[in-house]
Write a protein that binds this ligand. Structure first.
Ligand SMILES: Nc1ncnc2c1ncn2[C@@H]1O[C@H](COP(=O)(O)OP(=O)(O)OP(=O)(O)O)[C@@H](O)[C@H]1O
Ligand SMILES: [Mg+2]
Length: 464
């Protein structure tokens, strides 16, 4: 599927004075950018392109939908135009992402930007046969985009060698460094050459994760666009107070009474997502579910149908909250609030991207008041509350106030938490080579193996 890109310059992106051509990018990249309609660099691109180009480590925080992919992809492609040829089964740059869909999207974006360069980009991820991926690695790969579990499986099978790796990119870096991925990331870091460039990008960097990240980086250039952990301003947010049992009815009511054509709905559990799809179908609303219990084929199909507007509603777990770019998506609805406040930022950031506007609505019941409060504290604002006609809650959501964020003490390293066997969740640690279930540390829906930030330290092995 071609990478969806805006065909016109986006008017409301702040326009730095310079153009892409003044950032030292080679002509084939400028030609591709021109064709894709990327006329001016976004603020994070403007700062990251020279920083990455200089060879330094970079930690970049910028809001959702502000072009972080190109901010690392363009200077990476630019740098790789020089240097030694890649050897068979070797790779020159490694980009790690938390979900299969995001890995695919990043690879498509890099391939689109690098269209006129003699560099090859490949993607590997779990849930599909490993053999074709092994074949594609044979002649060597300039940029490999991967989910961690499948990458380790490929390494174990001798299909990939890391000796030539010049640059490591962690997209959604805070997610990659939290407990759910730490084991696999630690193993991968130990396999990479000590001398390499490290690039960490995300819209959110909780303090404890930032501390972990800094151990991995060598004198990084730190890029901070807008206040840390801030939500995209382009997203209008509000909540509906509602009784828990009435949430599906309220969702149907909102969908029936509003002309919203493409709505991404988040639920906390897989079983909740399936149940909701059924309830929507009963009301004649076309919807599909996307979560970690679906086969990769069904997941890909659901996302593709949603992007193509064949279905009106995609009901997803947090597997879809990070990085996924859906052209002009106008509405996100949280039927449950996420347990981790940062996930709220990522969920709502699926709309209001590339300078466009969007709306994020959360259906909040009384039992979720603490989650609401944590989200509001992270946002630094109280969310506007509404009550829909006919849905006056019997149990109203207690009033919240902003907590003053105190700097958290780093927690002592502790044992990996057992995965929460929440409603509808499968046990973790299932073989990646299987076709259905994601393995530990790979492509989880977001609630398994999430632990308090800072539980583990990444191995520092990036001395230059
Ligand atoms: N300079 C640019 N001009 C116009 N559009 C751009 C530009 N850079 C990126 N875009 C478009 O903006 C959209 C969002 O980009 P991208 O997915 O890289 O955002 P992101 O910052 O990584 O968001 P997230 O935090 O959600 O991962 C994409 O559709 C991309 O094609
Ligand atoms: Mg991104």
């Amino acid at each position: 599927m071609p990478y969806s890109v805006r065909q016109n310059p986006i008017p409301s992106f702040k326009k730095p004075a310079m153009s892409f051509s003044s950032l030292g990018l080679v002509e084939p990249l400028l030609r591709a950018l021109d064709e894709l309609g990327h006329a001016t660099p976004t603020p994070v691109q403007f700062q990251a392109i020279p920083a990455v180009g200089s060879g330094r480590d970079v930690l970049a925080a910028a809001q959702t939908g502000t072009g972080k992919t190109a901010a690392f992809a363009l200077p990476l492609l630019n740098r790789l135009t020089s240097g030694p040829r890649v050897k068979p089964n070797h790779i020159r740059a490694l980009v790690l992402a938390p979900t299969r869909e995001l890995a695919i999207q990043i690879a498509e974006a890099i391939a689109a930007y690098g269209k006129y360069l003699p560099l090859n980009t490949r993607v590997v991820y779990g849930g599909v046969r490993i053999n074709p991926q092994m074949m594609r690695l044979r002649s060597g790969v300039d940029i490999l985009v991967a989910t961690p579990g499948r990458l380790l499986d490929l390494f174990k099978q001798n299909a990939v060698q890391f000796l030539q790796v010049e640059t490591l990119v962690l997209d959604e870096a805070d997610r990659m460094l939290d407990l759910g991925f730490m084991d696999d990331i630690g193993k991968i870091l130990a396999l990479l050459p000590k001398r390499r460039q490290n690039l960490l990008f995300s819209a959110t960097f909780p303090e404890a994760i930032r501390a972990l990240a800094e151990q991995l980086l060598q004198k990084p250039v730190q890029i901070e666009i807008d206040p840390p952990n801030s939500a995209a301003k382009s997203v209008k947010q509000w909540i509906y107070e509602v009784d828990k049992s009435k949430k599906p009815d309220l969702l149907c009511h909102l969908l029936r009474n509003n002309d919203w054509q493409q709505v991404l709905v988040f639920t906390r559990t897989r079983i909740g997502a399936d149940r909701l799809v059924q309830q929507l179908a009963d009301q004649g609303i076309s919807a599909l579910a996307m979560h970690g219990d679906k086969s990769q084929g069904l997941r890909a199909r659901a996302l593709a149908d949603f992007k193509a507007n064949t279905i009106r509603v995609l009901v997803a777990t947090d597997i879809a909250s990070r990085g996924i770019d859906i052209n002009e998506l106008s509405h996100v609805i949280n039927v449950d609030l996420p347990k981790v406040a940062e996930d709220y930022m990522h969920r709502i950031g699926r709309t209001g991207r590339a300078g466009l506007g969007g709306a994020a609505i959360s259906l909040v019941s009384a039992d979720e008041v603490n989650l609401l409060s944590a989200i509001e504290t992270l946002l630094g604002q109280l969310l506007v509350r509404e009550v829909a006609a006919g849905f006056i809650p019997q149990q109203s959501v207690p009033l919240t106030r902003l907590m003053t964020a105190r700097p958290k003490k780093p927690k002592k390293p502790k044992q990996r938490q057992a995965p929460t066997q929440a409603e509808g969740q499968q046990p973790a640690n299932e073989g990646e080579s299987g076709h259905r279930k994601p393995r530990k540390g790979e492509d989880q829906d977001g609630e398994k193996l999430r632990g308090p930030a800072g539980g583990r330290r990444p191995q520092r092995n990036s001395k230059k």
